[in-house]
Design a protein around this ligand. Structure first.
Ligand code: ZN
Length: 147
């Protein structure tokens, strides 16, 4: 959960537990099992006859499918303070979909395709009202953390 001093960057995008672990809020089709992130109002699988989706938490763990490094400061619409170059990963989730997320917890030159990742929430910037704005990020999962 987030504290009164923290707010998520967007509603219904992710959930944070007390220990800082996070999960993405997505959807799963009750008919064909397809997962979606962000949440979807309906199943988009053309072969699916049910089209009924339920909300599920996903993305606690994944593996890095691909990534790029954002080396210049994006337009003001993207708030990040202090700003430093960062990596954006395309992360393969066990639920069968790939999601984009910022990478954290390692140097840019330590990033490897296929590395195991876990989801967490970190401050992105401080809002004008003083609250920290949180976003979800993927961080390397070390062997001792897999149990
Ligand atoms: Zn479906």
């Amino acid at each position: 959960m987030t504290t009164s001093q923290q707010v998520p960057v967007a509603d219904e995008l992710f959930e944070v537990s007390v220990d800082g672990a996070a999960a993405l809020v997505g959807s799963r089709c009750t008919g064909c099992g397809t997962h979606y992130f962000p949440k979807s109002l309906s199943c988009r699988n053309p072969r699916c006859e049910t089209k009924r989706v339920e909300e599920v938490l996903l993305g606690r763990h994944g593996t890095l499918y691909s990534y790029t490094v954002q080396g210049y400061r994006p337009p003001a619409l993207f708030g990040m303070d202090p700003w430093t170059p960062y990596a954006i990963g395309l992360v393969q989730l066990p639920e069968g979909l790939r999601v984009l997320g910022m990478l954290t917890g390692c140097d840019l030159d330590e990033i490897r395709i296929g590395m195991p990742l876990r989801l967490l929430a970190e401050p992105l910037y401080r809002a004008t009202d003083g609250r920290e704005v949180l976003t979800y990020k993927f961080s390397p999962l070390h062997e001792e953390e897999t149990s």
